[in-house]
Design a protein around this ligand. Structure first.
Ligand SMILES: Cc1cc2nc3c(=O)[nH]c(=O)nc-3n(C[C@H](O)[C@H](O)[C@H](O)COP(=O)(O)O)c2cc1C
Ligand code: SF4
Ligand code: SF4
Length: 252
């Protein structure tokens, strides 16, 4: 079974691309998180977890969810991390999670996809994004082949720098950067409610027909990148930037 979490579609695209070849069923963790469902997961096939990289680790909302869910059936677990650049020492933490859950760790592989973190960096325009996605195809094919053959993904080389990024910098990032208070809405808002539906953490509500953000945010970028009228900004950081959604897996 393929489990995915996504903010802007990259990981959903990779999950469905793998599923097309393996014939596995696909389950959205966004829906699980949104509905607060902790129902156990039973799968005869290995688990394949496809998620974005947040500060050189799997998203905290995903590790928290996986910790709470009971897994039945096949104990093999593969992790595929879509990223804009690199995953640091994410593998170390995923291995630990597998040990806690009594899952057999089958490897953790990065897939470089277009950057989506527009609260901090810039996302590429559509043509450039399509080139990056096309370049990722051999990596996705290789991962899929290994999953089908039930062999481990190659071990990632874990460097001292990677350990720092996935360790102390990851904690620093969640403490100081992952906040919803930077979000605001402009007059272009049409009160369509898309952002409310898209937020996996139910962190957005409409008040007087305008979105208001609560404190439960994981910076997934689904709201700001998915707003059909580009009415959402994040401080000054998002001004004039491309709103990214995976062109191969539009989220609407
Ligand atoms: C909060 C946040 C943190 C991120 N941290 C990293 C990172 O540490 N390394 C990296 O290469 N990309 C990072 N990115 C980029 C995403 O991992 C990448 O664009 C991913 O494919 C987005 O997947 P999605 O479209 O499924 O949400 C980050 C993006 C966000 C929103
Ligand atoms: S998605 Fe955009 S237009 Fe729709 S309610 Fe949210 S901010 Fe307004
Ligand atoms: S508020 Fe926006 S960025 Fe934060 S979790 Fe919800 S959709 Fe993602």
């Amino acid at each position: 079974m393929i489990l995915y979490f996504t903010g802007t579609g990259n990981s959903a695209y990779v999950a469905h691309t793998i599923a097309k070849e393996t014939g596995d069923s696909v389950l959205s963790l966004n829906e699980r998180i949104k509905n607060g469902s902790m129902e156990g997961i039973s799968s005869e096939q290995p688990l394949v977890v496809v998620v974005p990289t947040y500060a050189w680790r799997i998203p905290r909302v995903v590790s928290d969810l996986l910790t709470q869910i009971h897994f039945n059936g096949n104990k093999k677990a593969y992790f595929v991390l879509t990223c804009g650049d690199g995953i640091g020492a994410a593998e170390k933490y995923v291995k630990k999670l597998c040990k806690e859950k009594e899952l057999e760790f089958m490897g953790c592989a990065p897939v470089v996809m277009p950057e989506n973190y527009i609260a901090m960096y810039a996302a590429p325009p559509k043509e450039e994004a399509l080139k990056i996605i096309s370049k990722s195809e051999p990596t996705i094919e290789d991962i899929t082949k290994k999953i089908k053959e039930r062999v481990s993904l190659s071990n990632q080389r874990i460097t001292f720098g990677g350990r720092l990024l996935s360790g102390i910098i990851n904690s620093f990032f969640y403490t100081f950067f992952v906040k919803a208070k930077g979000f605001y809405v402009t007059d272009s808002c049409t009160s369509c409610g898309y952002c409310v539906r898209a937020c996996p953490l139910n962190n957005i509500r409409l008040e007087d027909r305008k979105p208001v953000w609560g404190k439960e945010c994981t910076h997934c970028m689904a709201c700001i990148c998915g707003c059909p009228t580009k009415a959402i900004e994040y401080g000054k950081n998002s001004k004039e930037k491309v709103r990214y959604q995976c062109p191969e897996y539009p989220m609407k």
